[in-house]
Design a protein around this ligand. Structure first.
Ligand code: SAH
Ligand code: SF4
Length: 343
């Protein structure tokens, strides 16, 4: 059986091999990458610098997939949530977050998530399936298209639905194209992958040729609390995770971002803040404090602003950069941990 292949599932070297199989020159790959990702075309007919014959040959064995938003919601702070329905009816979401000097797109890597962190609605829905490389990339293209060339997406964060490292291969292929000079051309400092700390995949990632920013969902400073909030900690302990972070190869002057969801009476005490300082002492790091977004299905409350500020102050006094993440888009359930694909 020969099914047509989706060109957006091929990374640059796979695309090059594919083009070479037609006996075509190497620069054709460059041209096609630009059509696919810089122009964002929907059909081979739009690839006007390829011969008609070659375009026909291509369309006989391959196709170009796209995603169309099923719904776009906008919050009063300007955050926009995009709901997409995939060919098998699974639903995923992406969130566009405008800030002073950047426009960040938060994309999904899986439909659902298997890790069941107790504060996260994506975790509640369970795991449906991995996204393909094209489904990851098409979120960027579909959102970009709605901007009509008036604004550009400046940053990509893989912090939407799913655990990117549990969909390792497709995620790495997608990131390669985000960074590729003939594809999306994002700077390596503007692409951030967030993980709960899957150690074997992190080891693998450390050896990848491509470099990008790393964020770790830490959320606790001791094993017991972390296991309580994030069951994955029973498999990959905080201790082992920190050990790996200590030796993880970073880009020059780069730091690991540690995300710390603050939950009232669970991980928000001054003692936690001091312990956080201690465990991150010898890791180039900065901390994002995210007061937990509450939801009816979530058994946690957010700490008071005062508690959050005190926590932050302890970190800052200890010399650690700590930013309180204002939760954007909460009223449309677009904030961290609120993505569940419910339409
Ligand atoms: N699975 C990866 C990528 C998704 S990122 C990861 O967990 O890192 C989702 C981010 O949102 C994580 O940093 C997580 O800690 C945070 N988050 C999840 N639920 C949240 C909630 N209810 N309130 C605030 N942040 C939440
Ligand atoms: Fe999955 Fe991340 Fe949510 Fe945990 S926080 S359940 S790993 S999406």
């Amino acid at each position: 059986m020969s099914e047509k292949s989706d060109l957006r599932n091929l990374n640059s070297s796979e695309l090059e091999a594919f083009i070479a199989s037609f006996g075509k020159e190497r620069y054709r790959t460059t041209q096609i990458l630009r059509w696919l990702y810089q122009k964002g075309v929907h059909s081979f007919d739009e690839m006007t610098n390829l011969s008609k014959k070659f375009r026909e040959e291509l369309s006989r064995v391959s196709f170009i997939s796209t995603l169309h938003p099923l719904r776009i919601e906008e919050a009063s702070d300007g955050t926009k949530k995009f709901l997409f329905e995939l060919v098998d009816k699974n639903r995923i979401e992406s969130v566009l977050i405008p800030e002073k000097d950047r426009l960040t797109l938060c994309i999904s890597t899986q439909a659902g998530c298997a890790f069941g962190c107790r504060f996260c609605l994506t975790g509640k829905m369970g795991w449906k399936r991995n996204l393909t490389t094209s489904e990851i990339l098409n979120q960027i293209l579909a959102v970009r298209e709605t901007l009509n060339g008036k604004k550009s997406i400046t940053n990509i964060v893989l912090m939407g639905m799913g655990e990117p490292l549990a969909n390792y291969q497709n995620t790495m292929k997608a990131i390669e194209l985000m960074l590729h000079p003939d594809a999306f051309k994002f700077s390596s400092r503007r692409v951030t992958l967030s993980t709960v700390g899957l150690l074997p995949e992190m080891e693998k990632m450390a050896k990848e040729r491509i470099r990008f920013r790393l964020a770790i969902s830490l959320n606790a400073t001791d094993e017991e609390t972390r296991s309580h909030l994030m069951p994955v900690n029973r498999r990959y302990s905080l201790k082992k995770l920190l050990e790996l972070c200590r030796k993880f190869p970073l880009q020059p002057r780069s730091r690991i971002t540690f995300e710390y969801v603050m939950v009232k009476d669970i991980n928000d005490s001054p003692r936690d803040a001091k312990r956080l300082l201690k465990i991150l002492k010898d890791i180039p790091s900065k901390v994002n404090l995210i007061p937990v977004n509450e939801a009816p299905d979530i058994p946690f409350k957010r700490p008071s602003d005062e508690t959050v500020r005190e926590f932050q102050e302890i970190l800052m006094k200890g010399g650690l950069t700590a930013i309180v993440r204002a939760s954007k888009g909460a009223e449309i359930s677009a904030a961290c941990g609120q993505l569940s694909g419910k339409g």
